[in-house]
Design a protein around this ligand. Sequence first.
Ligand SMILES: Nc1ncnc2c1ncn2[C@@H]1O[C@H](COP(=O)(O)OP(=O)(O)OP(=O)(O)O)[C@@H](O)[C@H]1O
Ligand SMILES: [Mg+2]
Length: 511
Amino acid sequence: MEEKIKQLRIEHITKRFPGILATDDVSLTVDEGEILALVGENGAGKTTLMNILMGIYQQDEGRIYINGKEVRFRGPEDAFKAGLGMVHQQYMLVPDMTVTENVALGYQAAWKPFHLDLDMVRKKVIEVSEHYSLAVNPDAYIWQLTVGEQQRVELVKTLCLGAKFLILDEPTSALTPQETDELVSLLKRMKSELSIIFISHKLNEVKALCDKVAILRHGALVFSGNTADYSSNDIAALMTGHEIVLPENKEVWAGGELALSVKNINVRSDRGFLALEDFSLDIFQGEIVGLAGVSGNGQRELAEAVNGLREVESGTIEFFGTDLANKKPYYVIEHGMGYIPEERNIEGIVPSFAIRENFILKDSDKDRFSRHRFLKKKEISRNADTLRQSFDIRTPDTVTAAGSLSGGNIQKVILAREITRAPKFLIAVYPTRGLDMGAIEFIHQELLKKRREGIGILLISEELDEIMNLCDRIAVIYKGKIQKVLSHKEANRRRLGILMAGLDDGSGEEA
Ligand SMILES: Nc1ncnc2c1ncn2[C@@H]1O[C@H](COP(=O)(O)OP(=O)(O)OP(=O)(O)O)[C@@H](O)[C@H]1O
Ligand SMILES: [Mg+2]
């Protein structure tokens, strides 16, 4: 195998996309055994810089050195060969293939002249997963795995390909808090053997894991230093240039009619078990109800069942008196449902469509945007400019394909569309995943504004601070059932944590 990576150095890297300087003269060094945090607002250029390191994009200017020698990567294969490996923000696994088969896709040594040596790959998967205590089942299909398990598969895959230098692009944004803790301690153990660049919007993780921190703003490196010398607040201030104060829901509920009434529904998961069992929940206009729980306890299935994306075996979903159970998504949208889905790149946008088209996906036949089946281009463009400005979507123009936006900005496109198309009710599933802190502040304000306008909101989240700051009532879900419903006043971290783990919080009365 190749020599160790004792030092990775980039000098004066610049990359332009049409209308935008994505990376602006960045120089950085990472030494052996070091973990560097790369942080910055959505669209700051983190992913782009890493894609350049991996040979996915070519820089316009600048050089990359490994152990003092200049390297030029024409594609990711060259970067793999040099010992670099990246786990992408968007997982790149093939759902219909097993773990072993997915690893085999990139595993050159297994591609023999007339056959693919899957046994060899399988052994390697087991060897690597044992070496790093990364539990994965080599024979499981990707579609059977939770997000946390898929994350481990991505890591195993990267390590099987011989990575000595790991780049992790927001590896924790879709993990449960427990999975995040596990990953952080795993990476700490790995650091004796590897160097790591770790991208995250969560500064507590950065503090817990990383030796150094580098901050990008508008593509340029604006700060780098030792993590130990700065508090999370210091780093946040350096990153955004202003202090972030998350708003809180302090007003009493003004009253409102029953909006969504889910009664005794049974819904199955993709894997066939009952993800929701005899599940019931009522939400009224003008209140935010948080559904707290460790992800994988039925949250996704609830959101999909209500939005016509999953079969309901029994029970009813009354929405202002109309039963939505087993209705088509279009029917649900027509009845005034707003929906911010979990899988933003699959369910939320059409990546190849322009940003401005993605804004009107659900309203293209409305009088405002079309007439006799002809689209009103001016109005569509005006709408897009307004949304881009108010949601601070970082893009040079709105005719760009939505798929080329940064991860956080894609999320903002969906949020902007769903919040402003004036729904009668809103279901928000992990709405702030992958957003920078300034964007989280803004989205929280928007949700509270909707509430004040009298709209009911179901907020599905794992972030306890988010739930406690915003919600009038908090329903805790565990294994497809409501464990208990608490009022804003009754809720605290400890109590929610206990209920989310499926335990009795000792207060006697049941939900
Ligand atoms: N293929 C592309 N074509 C055009 N523009 C692009 C492309 N890839 C990235 N960009 C632009 O480059 C800028 C930096 O994006 P990048 O994905 O690197 O941000 P990021 O820091 O990773 O943000 P996030 O935290 O949201 O993931 C953005 O303005 C983005 O729209
Ligand atoms: Mg990114």
